[in-house]
Design a protein around this ligand. Structure first.
Ligand code: SAH
Length: 262
């Protein structure tokens, strides 16, 4: 990519902002301020419409897509766009679902900006693991059930997930799987094969923190089938571990539609 230097005197800047899991109340104050001051917003499909309502009407909005199998813009195009907009002197908000540094390719985008000498700042957001588990009433750690918690991506490459299965089956641990809906049967199969009890509780949460939230619970042995029967759709977050048992007594968020617990 040709080097684009910001024009002299221009103060273009890219703000890499986390939009949280969906409920706009989970935006940081800094995120809201930036959404109200930006010249242009470049956002991903995971950013909820309720969050976009906070964008100043005068800002240009560019949808960068990145739904699975529907890459509206390739990553290099997004990087190039951010560099171009900032070099035009614009205040650019690059808005990403959850936290930009957790499975959000935020680091890659910043590397592209840094390589071109573009100024940037990062505004963290509530990541799905934290926000979605909270709204599902599932504490990720609990002294009786889990002393550690792992965040992993369940995105499959060539039908298999390249995960360190041994580290995922440790006792007293919660595993949170991002992007794992399609790979759920394979993930459960591998965990059982590597020694996890088939009865280990699992929750799959669709649309966490917004009105269409659904929580489906089961075990490693039966959750893949239960999820299919329930017709869950992306985005879904999978939480595996004894802490999932707490959902029954700690669920507090009542979405406008229905919640299915099996
Ligand atoms: N940077 C984001 C994650 C991007 S990866 C973050 O920090 O949250 C996208 C995955 O995040 C989805 O496939 C899903 O597993 C999870 N996810 C994000 N928002 C979610 C939501 N509201 N409900 C359920 N899962 C969500």
């Amino acid at each position: 990519m040709a080097e684009i230097k910001p024009a002299a005197g221009s103060a273009g800047r890219v703000y890499l902002v986390g939009a949280g899991p969906g409920d706009p109340e989970l935006l940081t104050l800094r995120a809201v301020r930036l959404l109200q001051q930006a010249d242009v917003i470049v956002y991903d499909h995971l950013v909820s419409s309720a969050v976009l309502d906070f964008v100043t009407p005068s800002a240009e909005r560019i949808y960068a897509g990145k739904r699975r199998n529907e890459h509206t813009m390739r990553q290099e195009q997004i990087n190039g766009l951010l560099v171009k907009l900032a070099s035009e002197g614009k205040q650019v908000v690059r808005l990403k679902g959850g936290d930009p540094f957790i499975f959000g390719r935020g680091g890659e985008e910043l590397q592209a900006l840094a390589a071109q000498g573009v100024a940037f700042e990062v505004v963290p957001g509530v990541t799905a693991a934290s926000g979605v588990s909270s709204y599902a009433g599932i504490p990720l750690t609990h002294r009786d059930y889990a002393q550690s918690c792992l965040f992993v991506t369940g995105h499959l490459k060539d039908g298999t997930a390249d995960l360190d299965w041994h580290s995922l089956v440790r006792p007293c641990q919660t595993v949170v799987i991002y992007m794992g809906l399609g790979g759920l049967p394979e993930i459960c199969r591998q965990l059982i094969q590597h020694g996890a009890p088939p009865t280990l509780p699992v929750a799959v949460v669709q649309d966490g923190s917004i009105s269409t939230q659904r929580v489906v619970t089961g075990t490693l042995a039966d959750i893949p089938e239960t999820v299919v029967k329930a017709g869950l759709k992306s985005p879904c977050l999978t939480i595996i571990g004894e802490v999932v048992k707490l959902h029954d007594s700690l669920a507090w968020f009542t979405p406008v539609t229905h919640e299915t617990t099996t």
